[in-house]
Every structure is written in C-alpha cells, then in structure tokens.
Design a protein around this ligand. Structure first.
Ligand code: FAD
Length: 497
C-alpha cells in the first residue's frame, strides 16, 4: 500500500541530492512537504539571530518556489513540533513521516519523539543521512565504537571505508507527478511568513541570500575556475580580503541548501582532470573532511558543546567577565583588526576562517582568558553558518582546549591582519571611523600623535577606544596559565593529539 506521507524538512532545504524526499516520493500516493516553524525551538534551542532568521526565510521561500515549479508546494506550519504533527497526522491520514537523520542531540531527541508518536498514532518513520558525507555511525564502528580523535586517524578510517555514497539524482516534475501534491488551498494557508510577520528586524539584512538556487549558483561560479579549485590551499587564503577568498558556501551547507556530497564529487571530477591538486588537510575536499571530522567526534562525545563533562576538553578556570565579553562582542576592544572582524560578523554573518582564528584566540587563550563557550554562543547567534559540531569543535581548537597543541603560538591582534592587508582596507571598510588614519597607524591608532589623530578626525579614547588590554603582558601571562593547565591535565591534552 502506498503511503500518505509528511516529508519534514529540518535542514536539507533542497531538491538536489535529497535521498529522504526521493524515498518519500517513491513510496507514497500523496506527499505533504512540510516545514514546522517552531519559534520556541529555533530561538531557545538553536539560538538563531536575526541574520539567520532572514537566511532561513529566504531559503524556505526559494524551496517553495522550486517545489511549485515541480508541481508541489511547501507548507510552513507554525507551532510546536509535536502538536503540529499530532494535528496534521490525523487530519491528513498520514501513514509515514520522512525526515533527514541529524546528529545533534536536540534533533535526535526530536526524531525519537516523532518515532514515539508514530507508535502511538500508527505511522511509520523513515530517516536517512543527507547532511554529511558519511553516516558517522559507520566511522565509529570501524574505529571500534569510538570516534577517531585526530584528523590523521580519521583519514585512515575513511581510507578503509572508501568514498562517500554518490549523491542521488535531482528531483524532477515526474517524481512529483507520481503522487498527489497537497491541495492548492493548503499552500495559501501555510505560506512562508515574512520577516515582519515574525517581528524580525529589517535593519539586519546580510548581503548573503539564502536558498538552494543561490547556493547552487555560487557553487557553479567557483567550480568554473578549475585551477583555483585544484590548487586551493586554505592557509594561503586571505582573511581580510573584501570579498571571501574561500568558497563562502558554509551558510548553504549549514542549512542544507547545498549537498556536501554533491560538492565532494564535483571536486573529485576536477581533481581527476588536473595534473596536480592540493590534498587534505588544506585542499577543498580537505575542508569538507574537517567538517566530517567534527561531526563524527561530536556525534559520540558527551557534552561536546560544553567544557564540563566533556572528556576530550581541558578543564580550565576561565575568567567570568561580562564587561570584557561585551566589549569583544560589540567590537569595542580597541584593536581595529579584532573590531573590524566582529563588525563584519555582526553586519554580514560570515567571516573568514582565519579571521575567526584571530577573534577566538583573542577572547580565550590569547588576551581575555574568557571561556570558549561564551565565544561559541556569540558565534551561534551571529553566524549564518552556525553549526553545532563545527562551531564547538573549532572553539575548542582555537582555545587549545582540544585538537590544537601548538598553544605557544598566539596571534598578535596588530601584526596578524597587517601581513595580508598592510593598507588596512578591510579595517577602513568595517570601521569607517578609522578610515582617515595613515596606513602605519591603522592597526594601532593609539600610537598616532594627538595632532595626527585630529587630522584623521578620530580621537582615541573619545571616538574609538584605547586597547582594552596590553597584548604583550596579557598573552605572556595567559601562556603561563595554559602551560600549567596542560601539565596538570597531560592525559586529556594527549587524547586529541
Ligand atoms: P571553505 O574554506 O570554502 O571550505 C568549504 C567548506 O568546508 C565550508 O563551507 C565548511 O562546510 C567546511 N569547512 C571549512 N573549514 C572548516 C573547519 N575548520 N571545520 C569544519 N568545517 C570546515 N564553520 C561552520 O560551518 N559553522 C560554524 O559554526 C563554524 N564555527 C567556527 C568557529 C571558529 C572559532 C572557527 C575558527 C571556525 C569555525 N567554522 C565554522 C569553520 C570555518 O571557519 C568555516 O567553515 C569557513 O570559514 C566557512 O567558509 P567557506 O565556506 O568559505 O569555507
């Protein structure tokens, strides 16, 4: 008997390489494509900020348009997950719910609740992996039931596993014609809300536009430059270029507007035609494997997004200092390089990987000695690509709490940015108050004389703050603390080495 199915979009907001939706269409007489807009869940569990709200609504709008072109539609139902499902399962005589399998504890819990509801109300649940290259369970099994804790070990396990599964075919109008779409009246009733409907500020609009269509366009644009793709070497990309020097695809992967498997195989095709190509960890495929690495470790590490109770994370007595944290978050540290990055993050929701390094190191082991969890929460709110596993994994890395061990290397908030942008164009763009300083002062305007500050139209301490710390003193002090922590917790420090 063919099913009457609700396909529940959570991430996976796309019609290419969507194995779960394909399975729904192949097994059903009617498919209701549904997105449950559970505001409480999105704000209090996912902590999504205004920029990501816009990106999400744009992605839903795009999905709606694309589904419509194939003869179906998207139903965006507002309300609490379980009660929405309970109502509509009965109303529409649903016999199956399909959804992508996700690895975050809150999504796992949601799936477990849906399965319980299925037992109670008598519907089946089908979930397939679509958000990562591999089913992380297979990696854990091959590694003896635990996650490989170094990238090297991880690559070794992948070499035993072989390539990821190839993407499934793109969905077509024929796929949708095989079963009935929802009644047209429903689409009208459950349309994608506008930001004003949800009282989301219209001031915060990122230049990044959400959706599968935009994501695929950006992907194609990058892939046309095959030389760039083949020679991509992450550490050589520039953190302060005015346009992203890496792909800038992370927001699209994060919401599942783009399939990582599609990207992986498109890269493989380019590599196959190139005489030489870069390799992991620095190649583009290597970047996707970092993503996979953090997904795998996060899937099997208790309290992965916390320090307490997290077995791979050093236990550090970080300072609690709301005022200093606020200065960092609101771009008032007095270090133009750090403040420009935090401004780009607040205005646009995306910053380069090395720029993330700079601000994360500054907040934690470099200058302020504030917990990585605080920084992670700020990123979670402000990043378009905020991701449970990758965010926490990288924050542990940057704070040298796990994964990273060259802790004596501390980024200088003056010299780091200057290396790749000596004129400070990036700072001039994001901190226009400093734009008239001569280049020799742009990274340390407090060293300009009073006269020079007047000429630049910006008095330090009045129009722009003095540096909030003496970097040399703070970083020397923190280095000693870190050394001590690592000696005392030697065994934990070795786990991810
Ligand atoms: P590219 O270099 O073009 O790489 C392609 C893809 O590979 C990315 O889109 C991303 O999916 C993946 N990738 C790249 N670098 C990493 C990495 N270091 N770890 C895991 N996956 C990677 N990335 C997120 O997607 N979400 C986050 O919440 C996030 N938080 C971060 C927090 C900190 C403190 C740091 C240092 C990094 C964080 N990153 C995060 C990782 C990385 O900075 C971004 O993935 C990358 O900058 C996105 O830009 P891109 O798409 O141009 O990357």
């Amino acid at each position: 008997m063919p099913h009457r199915t609700i396909h529940l979009f959570r991430k996976g907001l796309r019609l290419h390489d969507n194995p779960t939706l394909l399975a729904a269409l192949e097994s059903s007489e009617v498919v209701y494509p549904v997105y449950i807009l559970d505001r409480k869940f999105l704000t209090s569990v996912m902590h999504i900020g205004d920029l990501r709200w816009h990106f999400l609504l744009q992605s839903l709008e795009d999905l709606q348009k694309n589904l419509c072109q194939l003869g179906s539609c998207l139903l965006v139902i507002q309300g609490e997950y379980e009660s929405v499902l309970r109502d509509h399962i009965q109303k529409w005589n649903i016999t199956q719910v399909t959804l992508d399998a996700e690895m975050e504890p809150f999504y796992k819990e949601m799936e477990a609740n849906i399965r319980r509801l299925g037992e109670e109300l008598g519907f089946e649940v089908l979930s397939l992996v679509g958000h990562s290259l591999y089913d992380t369970k297979r990696i854990l099994d091959l590694n003896g039931g635990t996650p490989p804790l170094t990238y090297k070990r991880f690559l070794h396990i992948l070499s035993l596993l072989g390539d990821p599964e190839v993407p499934v075919r793109n969905l077509t109008a024929e796929d949708f014609q095989r079963c009935r779409p929802p009644d047209p009246g429903l689409a009208e009733c459950y349309r994608v809300p506008l930001p004003v409907d949800l009282k989301i500020s219209l001031e915060s609009l990122s230049p990044w536009r959400g959706g599968e269509t935009e994501g695929l366009q950006r992907l194609e644009q990058h892939l046309t430059d095959q030389g760039w793709v083949a020679s991509f070497t992450k550490p050589r990309t520039i953190p302060n270029s005015l346009l992203p020097s890496t792909t800038g695809l992370s927001p699209y992967f994060s919401m599942g507007c783009l399939s990582v498997r599609t990207f992986f195989y498109r890269l493989s095709n380019i590599y196959a035609q190139a005489k030489h190509h870069s390799l992991p960890p620095v190649s583009l495929q290597g970047q996707l494997l970092w993503r996979e690495f953090f997904y795998t470790v996060a899937s099997a590490t208790p309290n992965f997004t916390k320090m307490a109770g997290n077995p791979i994370c050093l236990q550090i007595n970080w300072c609690e200092d709301a005022e200093r944290l606020h200065k960092w978050k609101t771009a008032q540290t007095g270090f133009p390089w750090i403040d420009a990055i935090m401004t780009q993050l607040r205005q646009e929701g995306w910053i380069h990987h090395l720029a993330r390094h700079a601000v994360a190191c500054f907040l934690t082991r470099g200058d302020l000695w504030i917990s990585w969890e605080e920084g992670m929460k700020v990123f979670e709110e402000l990043l378009l690509d905020a991701d449970y596993s990758i965010n926490a994994g990288n924050w542990m890395w940057l704070s040298a709490s796990a994964f990273f061990h060259q802790y004596t290397r501390i980024f200088c908030p003056v010299r780091f940015g200057r290396r790749t942008d000596p004129e400070g164009q990036y700072i001039r763009k994001y901190l226009p108050i400093l734009k008239n300083f001569p280049s020799k002062y742009i990274y340390e305007p407090w060293t300009a004389s009073e006269e020079e500050q007047k000429q630049a139209g910006c008095i330090i301490g009045q129009d722009y703050p003095f540096p909030m710390v003496n970097h040399k003193e703070a970083s020397d002090h923190n280095l000693q603390l870190m050394k001590q922590v690592r000696e005392e917790q030697y065994r934990t420090a070795q786990l991810t080495r």
